[in-house]
Design a protein around this ligand. Structure first.
Ligand code: KIV
Length: 271
């Protein structure tokens, strides 16, 4: 008899049941094996291989430059680490907009080559055809509305979205459409908390908020922001749990000092 307890995997159905029970969903970003292993062991429900890898991992100013091949590389590393969490992968800019056949091909490549469990894409009615086509192949889709960083050059700013009635109305319509198409969940980014609440109450599928207030069915943050590895990003919605930038810098300075002084390696650290 095995003494190891089976880990119950999180599926899209588990997330929907969590919403029905009023249990909050936790999601964090992950881009590599080592970090994904820690976050999964900690018990986070969903790991998002976000296209924020373009900023956090590669140092680009926006999410636009990251490629499908690069997303698959990050996603495969995360999948290898995970025992429990649902792994969702962002379709990168240019891999799904305006061409539903291409969208399906991109989603299939992600699922086949990384072993991930679902994809996420940004937008509402403009990407409805792509969403429907990906879903028709049995690939679960997470939507993303509000501040959609792949459209940053259209918005011109990273400020809060949908403060005006017209944009809020379009967002609510898009949220309904994404649910009707069959999306299993929806990210709401940087919108007023009242709108986050309204959309979360309007939908049967779970909403996951980032800067969308406390009434969404779950929360997501970029892990490197939460841990304080990134330094200059200070939006109001971000709660930093550590200042890992300074912790890592301090440890590195100590190592440099120890090598230079001849303290490392010592007798017990050699063969
Ligand atoms: O790419 C990303 O990290 C995201 C989250 C901020 C939701 O899309």
């Amino acid at each position: 008899m095995s003494i190891h307890k089976e880990v119950k995997r999180i599926t899209t159905h588990v997330l929907q049941a969590m919403k029905a029970r009023g249990e909050k969903i936790t999601m964090l970003t992950a881009y590599d094996y080592s970090m994904a292993r820690i976050l999964d062991e900690a018990g986070v429900d969903v790991l998002l291989v976000g296209d924020s890898a373009s900023n956090v991992m590669a140092g680009h100013e926006t999410t636009l430059p990251i490629t499908l091949d690069q997303m698959i590389y990050h996603a495969a590393a995360v999948v290898r680490a995970v025992k429990r969490a649902l792994v969702v992968v962002d379709l990168p800019f240019g891999s799904y907009q305006g061409n539903s056949r291409k969208a399906l091909e991109s989603a299939i490549r992600i699922m086949k080559e990384s072993g991930a469990h679902a994809v996420k894409l940004e937008g509402g009615s403009e990407v409805a055809e792509s969403v429907a086509r990906i879903l028709s192949a049995g690939v679960p889709v997470m939507g993303h509305l509000g501040l959609t960083p792949q459209s940053i050059y259209k918005f011109g700013t990273y400020k809060v979205r949908a403060r005006e009635e017209e944009e809020a109305r379009k967002l609510k319509e898009d949220a309904q459409l994404l649910e009707e198409l069959g999306c299993f969940s929806l990210v709401l980014e940087k919108i007023p908390a009242t709108l986050g609440k309204e959309v979360s109450e309007q939908l049967c599928i779970p909403t996951i908020g980032i800067g969308a207030g406390r009434f969404t069915d779950g929360q997501v943050l970029v892990t490197h922001d939460l841990l304080g590895i990134t330094k200059d990003f200070q939006p109001r919605f971000l709660r930093r749990y550590l200042d890992l930038f300074e912790v890592i810098k301090g440890a590195t300075q100590q190592y440099i000092q120890d090598v230079r002084s001849g303290d490392f390696p010592n007798e017990s650290e050699q063969y």
